[in-house]
Write a protein that binds this ligand. Sequence first.
Ligand SMILES: [Mn+2]
Length: 331
Amino acid sequence: MKILYYTDPHITGRAFRSRMDNYFETIMAKMSEIRDLSHEYKVDFNICGGDLFDSFDTAPSIVSKAIGVIKNFYNETYIVSGSHDVYGSNYENIPRTMFGLMASADVLTPLFPGERKLIKKGDISLQLTGQPAHYDLEKSLSKEGYIVTKPYSVDYAIHVVHGFLVKEKFMDNVAHTLISDITNTQADITLSGHIHGGFGVVEIDGKYFCNPGAVGRTDASLDELKRAPKVVLIHLGDNGIDLELIPLKSAKPGPEVLSREGIEEMALRKAKLKGYEAKLEGFEASVGSVDNIYEDIDRMKGVSELTKSIVRDEISSAELKWREMQSINAG
Ligand SMILES: [Mn+2]
């Protein structure tokens, strides 16, 4: 049995500050390459580890192009929703998202907690389970989202999780899960996404843990500049388990597509906003329409035009987000 696993493409039409290329064209080239790999290896099914989209409200024109590629993968695609596919990091919101639209159009098959898919090929049988992103996932002491049982009736169990799974201890104030916390799982292979840097393949007592890293590079951190996006081809057979990491040919070297300028610009912007906050003390905006707030900003004294334009941008993007939420709630 052959299975293709990839994670975190973050498909979007939005331009990232960290990118010098056209992110959408690049990510679609990568998705097309992964689709071609699924045909080349004639995989029995595909798995995506979540964050298919960068946002739950991705534009319909972008979603329709994503559908065009994903529906043409060789065989079915199973997926767990990621933190970016839904809002509130809660898979219960799937029906109100573009991810949900793709699932209801049968382009993808989402996996939910408590569900077991039984897949058979020849004399090999496999149990497939998944844990979508959830705000509570790492907090549970029993780590139940990560741990599955495997019935005697199946040869292999694969579990897919969109969660903060790492090899080594992370910062204390960030909830995370260590591979060593979940080695009592009965899954033969635990596949994870969410952590874009990934950790490759880790084997402990014959159990495999794998995060190949994100297909999309959405930030220009120093680690991302060095990282080559990869997918995983899983072979299950008489000789056991083999996980093969395959680098994507369509992914250019980091320095050719990623720019540090955005990170530096953001630091400057934050410093400027801090200055603005200090000046904001004692200032009261008129209650009423957003237009009144813009007028009040215009009238502010002792504030530079640049600061005013940054504040106007922030307010208009907040307003846009608010309007989107209104239309989603109405629908
Ligand atoms: Mn992600």
